[in-house]
Design a protein around this ligand. Structure first.
Ligand SMILES: C[S@@+](CC[C@H](N)C(=O)[O-])C[C@H]1O[C@@H](n2cnc3c(N)ncnc32)[C@H](O)[C@@H]1O
Length: 187
């Protein structure tokens, strides 16, 4: 298993786009390692993860249709829990996918008495979103699952092939633990 620690400022030295979008640079690195050409993200958001490298085929699931920075080829406007049910019942048609990506909202419920945006955006718990996303990967017959989370969970039927410990550089929200993990699992 490959395990590396990266500081955001190191990633930003990789090039212009990496300087602007360091987390997208880490995702690009893992997608290349996995040889992923056909990707579905279960927490699509703005599609920010694909600014550095846009896979040839890109699908997204998210309960909210946001202002996309990268337009997906296919989009399902629903929580991953519902998507999983529909997929299991054969009610959604999804072409071949080789990698499923999951970047759930997580974090404390509030920051300085204001709701923390990440937690406020979640439909269901982060753990539930991760579990459903892993099941989506299994049902779709994907070969890889990429998770961005605050820890490296063990997932049944999957092996962690590469772990990138990512230390963001931030002047704010700096209380406590700030390291996040990008994990490439193989199925
Ligand atoms: C941290 S953001 C993901 C950002 C994304 N990786 C990007 O590159 O733009 C988390 C996203 O998960 C979505 N979300 C919240 N609950 C969800 C659920 N139950 N199923 C799927 N997506 C969910 C939110 O709407 C939000 O867009």
């Amino acid at each position: 298993m490959m395990r590396i620690a990266l500081d955001q400022r190191e990633v930003q030295k990789w090039g212009k786009m990496c300087a602007k979008h360091p987390s997208s640079a880490v995702v690009a690195m893992l997608l290349r390692r996995a040889g992923s050409a056909r990707v579905l993200e279960t927490t699509y958001g703005e599609g920010r993860f694909y600014l550095v490298h846009r896979p040839p085929f890109l699908a997204g699931v998210d309960p909210a249709r946001r202002q996309w920075l990268v337009r997906p080829d296919l989009f399902f406007e629903m929580p991953v829990q519902i998507f999983l049910e529909k997929l299991a019942r054969g009610e959604v048609a999804v072409p071949r996918i080789d990698t499923v990506v999951c970047d759930p909202p997580w974090g404390r419920g509030e920051y300085r008495k204001r709701p923390h945006f990440a937690a406020a955006r979640a439909v269901g718990s982060p753990q539930q979103i991760v579990e459903c996303s892993a099941k989506v990967a299994e049902l779709l017959g994907a070969k890889h699952f990429i998770l961005h989370f605050d820890r490296v969970p063990a997932i049944e039927g999957m092996d962690a092939e590469a772990v990138v410990e990512f230390k963001p550089f931030t002047r704010y929200l700096n209380a406590g633990r700030t390291v996040t993990f990008f994990v490439l699992y193989s199925l």
